[in-house]
Design a binder for this molecule. Structure first.
Ligand code: EPU
Length: 309
């Protein structure tokens, strides 16, 4: 049985009648987010291919049902879950090399893409080797590190519009900034990346440095959503939170990491409410003590859990 707040089950089924890919109803998002937190989505779909995705997009439009694209890593899904058809594009993973360029489908993992570039002797994606998540998710938020960001190597982004047609958008039209972009409505299905030939040993050395820095400084052994806050201009959110001695601060099972203060880790059965409460506390303290407003890097989606009575 669907809960009162859920979408009409019949409509969701009607929207998905022609879809061949995997469909699961009332799927807990905690199974699909790097934080291992999040209530159920009305439906989760993994389309088979682009044609299948088009059927889904058109079906959802016909039935008036929202579609939510799940990257899953820089994301906090609330405990009441998501009222939409949630789509994972993990079957879209093809990568085609043309000279010094890659055309990559959106569902490929960022670290895997970075390994493929190394294999091809192409430089430009070394920074991506330790960033979890998919290429599509990375493009939406212009993911990166201090060594580089995806916009540095992007030539164009290919998107499926809400009417199912596929169009290519040059980078200059997409207004990339620090951890942000401005994309037209639709679904990213692929991207053209301009890389550069380089000796493999040099590429590998840069990847090793990046991975080692991450391993040394970030809590990779516990579920997390990457950095919670964006860095304020010229400073580091982690350093600021650390200075306020908030490392180790815990609400429920969510804790400010002792290894890196801009990470919140899930120590067991943490809820989104626990994480949100920590976020609020950190923001208030940083504002009060340092006069700085920290902006969220993590995207928060979904609904609060309704009290069951
Ligand atoms: N620092 C502290 N205490 C801490 C954490 C950091 O004092 O708890 C200090 C460090 O000692 C260093 C400075 O803050 O002097 C910067 O730290 P770090 O090198 O870890 O970089 P960051 O600015 O905290 C950024 C990205 C990370 C990326 C790293 C490595 C943002 C918000 N964060 O972190 O990206 O992995 O550089 O390049 O841009 C992410 O986007 O999810 C993410 C984790």
């Amino acid at each position: 049985m669907l809960k009162d707040s859920s979408l009409d089950h019949k409509k969701v089924r009607a929207a998905l009648t022609e879809v061949r890919g995997q469909v699961r109803f009332d799927e807990p998002m905690s199974r699909h987010t790097s934080m291992k937190i999040g209530g159920p989505a009305d439906a989760l779909v993994i389309p088979w291919d682009l044609e299948d995705l088009k059927k889904l997009v058109l079906g959802a439009r016909r039935e008036g049902i929202p579609v939510f694209l799940l990257g899953g890593t820089n994301l906090l899904v609330k405990d009441g879950g998501i009222r939409a058809i949630v789509v994972k594009l993990t079957r879209l993973q093809k990568v085609v090399q043309k000279g010094e360029s890659f055309y990559a489908e959106t569902g490929i993992s960022f670290p895997k893409l970075s390994q493929l570039a190394l294999k091809a002797g192409l430089s430009g994606l070394e920074f991506a080797c330790g960033i979890p998540g998919t290429l599509g998710g990375a493009i939406v938020m212009n993911a990166g590190t201090r060594e580089g960001e995806i916009a540095d190597v992007l030539e164009s982004v290919t998107m499926m519009d809400l009417d199912g047609s596929v169009k290519e958008y040059p980078k200059k039209d997409l207004e990339f900034g620090y951890r942000k972009s401005k994309l037209p409505q639709g679904i990213i299905v692929g991207a053209l990346l301009k890389l550069k030939l380089a000796p493999s040993e040099e590429i590998r050395a840069r990847m090793d440095t990046s991975l080692n820095h991450r391993r040394k400084t970030q809590p990779l052994h516990l579920p997390n959503a990457g950095c919670i806050f964006k860095n304020p201009v010229g400073d580091s959110a982690g350093r600021l939170i650390d200075e306020l001695q908030l490392k180790g601060r815990q609400v429920g099972n969510a804790r400010v990491s002792e290894k890196h203060a801009n990470f919140i880790v899930n120590r067991g059965k943490a809820t989104a409410a626990d994480v949100l409460s920590l976020i609020l506390e950190i923001r208030q303290q940083v504002k009060q003590e340092k006069g700085i407003d920290l902006d969220l890097e993590v995207k928060i989606v979904g609904e609060d859990k309704k009290n069951s009575s």
